[in-house]
Design a protein around this ligand. Structure first.
Ligand code: NDP
Length: 273
């Protein structure tokens, strides 16, 4: 079965299930992304700071898949929010990826502790990149409501935020839904920690699937864009094999009850990087 698409407010679409490559070395990224493309993923999520855009680009080139059938996201790092730096950053990312445009370019963090409101300058630059065709759609990551409110001009199409069963971001998800901004879940498996939860294990058993498949299904049924990462070929394949079963209302409710405010990454309001 094909991957559902989420339609952005700018009319473009993103495959709801993608493949994340944070903490994947550049040379490891090539075989991992090749495997992902082989089993059917068409949406890859990287970032300048991951240091693996070249490795991702190699896999894209090797795949022979038509460019229009791929959805590639990369991200602007925090130290490049000034307009001239942002331009250099997107040009460098595109060169490393071997592409003339990305499908989605994100401001990685608001980074207000270190760089004040420079993210607003970055947002203005991103709108130019979009107008020039360097990025088809533009969005943000790790933005809270006050950061979204401060943006001028175009509205971001998506906000990529930490979101997994033990950290569910219900309030932020409501804010994004009200604003017509898609929600994308990073660390969707809780960096593998949420896989151990007994409720997840019970639900996975009920369907004869893995805990990761159960969690990915929960994200899909909530409406999140979801980008699990793995460098393990069997997991890359099984994490994509999530369209042959559906969680019941009871199972969705049981996972919805697991939120513990268990943040694993930085808090966008206080992060000092
Ligand atoms: P995930 O929640 O995707 O978990 C990845 C971990 O789970 C890895 O240790 C992986 O192991 C393991 N794993 C994956 N599948 C399975 C499985 N089926 N069974 C058991 N273990 C499994 O963590 P990430 O933090 O990587 O988040 C996903 C993506 O989100 C990132 O790669 C990145 O693209 C994005 N992200 C964005 C951020 C942002 O600030 N915008 C911040 C963090 C992440 P192994 O690889 O060894 O198989």
């Amino acid at each position: 079965m094909s991957v559902p698409q989420i339609t952005f407010h700018d009319g473009k679409q993103i495959p709801q299930l993608g493949f994340g490559v944070w903490q994947v070395e550049n040379d490891q990224a090539t075989p991992a992304v090749e495997k992902a493309l082989e089993v059917g993923y068409r949406h890859i999520d990287t970032a300048a700071i991951y240091g693996n855009e070249e490795g991702v680009g190699k896999a894209i080139a090797n795949s022979g898949i038509a460019r229009e059938d791929l959805f590639i996201t990369t991200k602007l790092w925090n130290d490049a929010h000034k307009a001239a730096d942002a331009r250099k950053a997107i040009e460098t990312s595109l060169e490393k990826l071997g592409l003339d445009h990305v499908d989605l370019y994100l401001i990685h963090w608001p980074a207000t502790v270190k760089y004040g409101d420079a993210y607003i300058e970055a947002w203005n630059a991103m709108q130019e990149f979009q107008a020039e065709g360097l990025a088809t759609s533009i969005g943000v990551s790790n933005f809270h409501e006050q950061h979204l409110s401060a943006l001028e001009g175009a509205k971001p199409v998506i906000d990529q935020v930490e979101l997994h069963p033990t950290f569910q971001q219900s309030e932020l998800r409501s804010v994004l839904a009200e604003r017509g901004i898609a929600t994308e879940a990073w660390s969707p498996l809780g960096q593998s920690k949420d896989l151990q939860h007994e409720v997840i294990a019970r639900i996975a058993d009920e369907h004869g699937v893995s805990p990761a498949q159960a969690i990915i299904r929960w994200h899909l049924q909530l409406g999140n864009v979801v980008i699990p990462k793995s460098v393990t070929p069997e997991r890359i394949a099984s994490n994509f094999d999530v369209f042959g079963f559906e969680l019941t209302g009871e199972q969705m409710d049981a996972i919805n009850a697991l939120d513990e405010g268990n943040r694993l990454g930085g808090n966008p309001d206080t992060a000092d990087f």
